[in-house]
Design a protein around this ligand. Sequence first.
Ligand SMILES: [Cu+2]
Length: 369
Amino acid sequence: MKRLGFVAALGLGALLMSGCDAGAAMRFGWPEGITPEAKKMVDLWTWSVIAALVMGILVWALIFWTITFHRANDAKKGVFPRQTAYNVPLELTYTAIPFVIIAVLFYFTVIVQNDVEGKTDDSKVVVDVTAFQWNWKFGYNKVVFSDGTVYDGFEENGNPFEIQEQVGGSGPAAETEHSGPSDHGGEHEEVPLPAGGRDDDIRDYLNFDKIETVGTSSEVPILVLPTGKRIEFNIASADVIHSFWVPEFLYKRDVFPFPKQNASDPIFQFSSIDRTGAFVGRCAEMCGTYHSMMNFEVRAVTPEDFDSYIRFRQANPTATNAEALASICQVPESVSTVPFDTRRNAGGTVGAEGNRDDPVLANCTKKVS
Ligand SMILES: [Cu+2]
């Protein structure tokens, strides 16, 4: 008993000295959610862990009670123990209780899941997310400003893969007319390119918008969003399967190429972001060599700042995202993550010292075998 008390005191002391507050402790390792949906998921998680702990403590207590008070001693040696099998009421009880537990967990999971996956058609911001190896592109498909005016950012002829009109005969080598940014006028022969085993010309699920933010290996893409407004995400991949994950949203969704053919729903919504700040986003699906470097940042700003940001980008189509962020007095670079150093130029961190024109080792004798 003394030893048990010591262990309990040690555990309690370690918890108190770790400096985590009660709220963080009750999240059992999860980050603090910043959407109403995330908060509901945290509650479900907290109560599920508590239920598991109650069950765990009960089982541990029964195990320790048995091994402490029912071990063999001299008086019991050689005596056949009392048999308790075929105790029908007991067996019915411990069959029924797990079913009740599963039913209760299932009920609350479905309630929260329906809420998280719920969609309405009154989103104030619609963002087109395009994942590609190995970065992200964010486009503003629709924005409803605070004064009620609607900005439609969808670019009708933005898809360079879409074949607008078939000219001439049919068949794989048919002559086609190409429209969009890559159009150089005139006719050319269609060259099928690899795209998930399909021709590029059916990558018409990719959305292009007038205002877009594209990440590069030297700049982390920052997706600016307003607080307090319903936001819709429409995710698509230009190549392989990625996964859109913002830990503070407590939400992650696989980003598929060809969502229709892959039977994947590319749209999800959050009813609001509850506080301003910078939140790191990551790719959560192993998608190739630089998968771990595929970071982005969500920058939640006030609705007024968001309106100014979009209006600045509307008025200055050639301005960079950094300039637009600076125009609303936001730090123009990501503050939650850093770009991956690709070491492809001398301006970055270079490797060993050496003469670029003659990279040989000084005072070295070649080994001849
Ligand atoms: Cu990825």
